[in-house]
Design a protein around this ligand. Structure first.
Ligand code: NAD
Length: 246
């Protein structure tokens, strides 16, 4: 058991919520941050080891306000999970600039802003950053010019963080989930995409939130003390194989 504190962004549902529960079960205190205040207050109500922080990670002022609130509530920060994300799919010629910016603002700017604000606290504990990218940042496919590009950038940001923050004792790693049936995925995965994933994934199924949370929790923990700069796909084997090809 631990008394350590983790900040999880996008914690009101999906992978972030599953990670919050898994880490609480393992003794962590959890700062649960989300821009959906209503949902966040609902899922944190009655939790002893968690507190809600309503914040949009893409807005610098809100992030600069939220991080001191987390520290004043918990007193320390041992890990940050940059999980908040949005997905909008479309062909390149139908991806208007507003859509492109919406995706970049949360998926990329948000990771940069939260990591930067958390740095002094993470230096004090020699803490960990875990950024959530996607298999769409590793392998290109149609419709994902904004989403895939934002996630590829998160992978590179993770490596930059590992390179620069290692001397402060901060580890930075990246998890690339395969498809998981969350609200985010169900909004953009057509039946055609669902069928294609089933065929192309060696384990022939979508992942579950908790299967991604397990990898995140490991990377936050002391068990991963010598692991930094890594990109780990939790994807049923999709990224590394050519299954589905004749
Ligand atoms: P989800 O939609 O279920 O949950 C995302 C949460 O993030 C929501 O609670 C939402 O309110 C919050 N959020 C979104 N934008 C925010 C912002 N600007 N500020 C604060 N909170 C914000 O999605 P999920 O599937 O659990 O996704 C979690 C992460 O996993 C995302 O980064 C996503 O890109 C990544 N991912 C998901 C899948 C998948 O198939 N579900 C696959 C690969 C990667």
């Amino acid at each position: 058991m631990t008394n350590n504190v983790v900040l999880i962004t996008g914690a009101a549902r999906g992978i972030g919520l599953a990670t919050a529960h898994l880490m609480m079960d393992r003794g962590w205190h959890v700062a649960m941050l989300d821009r959906d205040g209503e949902e966040l207050l609902k899922v944190t109500s009655g939790l002893e080891k968690a507190a809600p922080f309503i914040c949009d990670v893409s807005i610098p002022k809100e992030v600069a306000t939220a991080l001191p609130q987390v520290l004043s509530r918990f007193g320390r920060l041992d890990a940050v999970v940059n999980n908040a994300g949005v997905a909008e799919f479309g062909p390149i010629d139908q991806t208007d600039f507003a859509m492109w910016r919406r995706v970049m603002e949360t998926n990329l700017d948000g990771v940069f802003l939260v990591s930067q604000e958390a740095m002094p606290a993470l230096k004090a504990t020699k803490g960990a950053i875990v950024n959530i990218a996607s298999i769409s940042g590793l392998r290109a496919s149609t419709l994902r010019v904004a989403y895939g590009t934002s996630k590829a950038a998160v992978i590179q940001m993770t490596k930059q963080q590992a390179a620069e923050l290692g001397e402060s004792g901060i580890r930075a790693n990246c998890v690339c989930p395969g498809p998981v049936k969350t609200k985010l995925a169900l909004a953009v995965h057509s039946q055609e995409i669902i069928d294609a994933y089933h065929d192309a994934i060696p384990l022939n199924r979508y992942g579950q939130e908790v299967e991604i949370a397990e990898v995140i929790a490991f990377l936050c923990s002391d068990q991963a003390a010598y692991v930094t700069g890594q990109v780990i796909a939790a994807d049923g084997g999709f990224e590394s194989t050519g299954v589905g090809l004749p």
